[in-house]
Design a protein. Structure first.
Length: 330
């Protein structure tokens, strides 16, 4: 499992309490053997599902919110219905406290589908052999200068390190000795990519800064605005989430650093899932985002604006960055 430093053990009580989904004890798993004719399964390093592999009678879907969980849980109910209508089986969508919990739930077959960011997907796929890549999300691009979305759909995003506008922090090296708000250590934008680029700049994210774990990118920005941390690591541009409550958040803050592009989030499926059902699930998610009502529901939940077939090769940079911060992925 990932190495956590003592700096990351401090938890800022700004996030809300979340509850992980319980499993479905009635599920059983059939033996797996290589599948044939896959159109959505592109990974090569894990065992292929059997054509007679696991066939769900109901579907457990889980994700970690990037915004206030109390608001978000209410928004998951319409997604349950849309997926259930597409698949003709009951669907349960739940919120998990962190990505490690989803990886464990996929590994123990308590969850069938996980919305996993790149680093968590690599952990689940490479190290745990618990999940395979099904789909990769699309989001609208973001203008670096304004922080506003473009009208171009892209399959990558960036992380950013944010400071207050009047901060004396001008470079990454100025972060030495400062307090930084991180997300969970499996978060690509909230930890892995920013931490790796700090190391490249000569700043050790484990010993040179004081790390504070904050649940939620919006909560992290609020901690920055309130002076509880000196900088925060966020996805680009999480300030748009906060702007609803703090309209001048862009005027109060400044981007210190943009990271290299990060592959967009995944929809990952448990590794023993029947191939026919992989295809059905993939087609269901794509169909939902092609319908205006469904597209808005998915966008409200996770800012996804579409899905494309996943390609494991896209995640090579994620493996490189995870190794750079000492995370075991093989």
């Amino acid at each position: 499992m990932f190495k956590k430093t003592s700096a990351l053990c401090m938890t800022l009580l700004l996030g809300v309490s979340l509850t992980a989904c319980g499993g479905n004890n009635a599920k059983t798993t059939n033996a797996a053997e290589p599948a044939k004719g896959s159109t959505t399964q592109t990974t090569e390093t894990s065992a292929k599902p059997a054509e007679t592999g696991y066939i769900p009678k109901e579907l457990e879907v889980q994700f970690v919110p990037s915004q206030n969980a109390e608001t978000l849980e209410a928004k998951t109910k319409p997604l349950e219905k849309l997926l259930g209508d597409q698949l003709n089986i009951p669907v349960h969508v739940s919120v998990s406290p962190d990505y490690n919990t989803i990886v464990e739930a996929l590994s123990s077959k308590q969850v069938d589908i996980g919305f996993l960011p790149p680093s968590a997907y690599v952990l689940a796929h490479d190290l745990r052999n618990a999940a395979d890549l099904l789909l990769q999300a699309q989001r609208f691009g973001v203008n670096d200068e304004t922080g506003q979305p473009t009208d171009e759909k892209v399959n990558f995003y960036k992380a950013m390190i944010l400071v207050k506008k009047d901060s004396d922090i001008k470079t990454l090296t100025d972060l030495k000795g400062k307090k930084i708000g991180w997300q969970d250590v499996t978060s690509s934008a909230g930890y892995v990519f920013p931490a790796a680029e700090l190391k490249k700049a000569g700043v050790d994210p484990e010993t040179d800064v004081q790390g504070v774990t904050i649940k939620g990118h919006d909560a992290a920005i609020m901690a920055l605005l309130n002076g509880q941390v000196d900088a925060v690591a966020n996805f680009q541009d999480a300030r748009n989430v906060v702007a609803k409550d703090v309209p001048d958040v862009f005027e109060q803050t400044r981007v210190l650093h943009f990271t290299a592009p990060i592959p967009n989030d995944t929809i990952s499926v448990r590794s023993d899932m029947n191939q026919e059902w992989r295809d059905k699930i993939a087609q269901a998610f794509i169909a939902i985002t092609e319908d205006p009502e469904g597209a808005q529901i998915v966008k409200d939940i996770y800012t996804h604006v579409g899905y494309v077939a996943g390609d494991d090769a896209n995640f090579a940079p994620v493996r490189e960055y995870a190794e750079a911060v000492g995370q075991k992925i093989k």
